[in-house]
Design a protein around this ligand. Sequence first.
Ligand SMILES: [Zn+2]
Length: 144
Amino acid sequence: MPVAEKKPEASKSFTPYEPAPGEEYMNEQQLAHFRQLLLDWKQDLMEEVDRTVRHLQEDANNYDPADRATQEEGFSLELRTRDRERKLLKKINETIDKIDDDDYGFCEACGVEIGIRRLEARPTATLCVDCKTLAELKEKQLGG
Ligand SMILES: [Zn+2]
């Protein structure tokens, strides 16, 4: 069994955007940069989904009653992966919609600029670092 490695959320390599001094935040060029980033990511993810679906089909074809427990474990893991991929794809599509609506890159909670570097690391981010940290703290308090 290969060890599952923790991949960064956006796996595709890209050239970091270098804004010119005084450049307006989320101008057309920046929006185009992030649209491309998201489209590349979506492409990657769709290929991943294809692979997951193929695995599921192979598992179904190679069904071995003697090895049922292991296979069912693998099967449910792949179903979960597929579910995660589907949700992520939805989020990417929603984010591309936001770019098209010129409503991208600002914190949904407080309205500040999320920032180019943060968005490059996490293109689907909808909160600034402060609000995200706060949300996570609240979640921990509620859950803990
Ligand atoms: Zn905020």
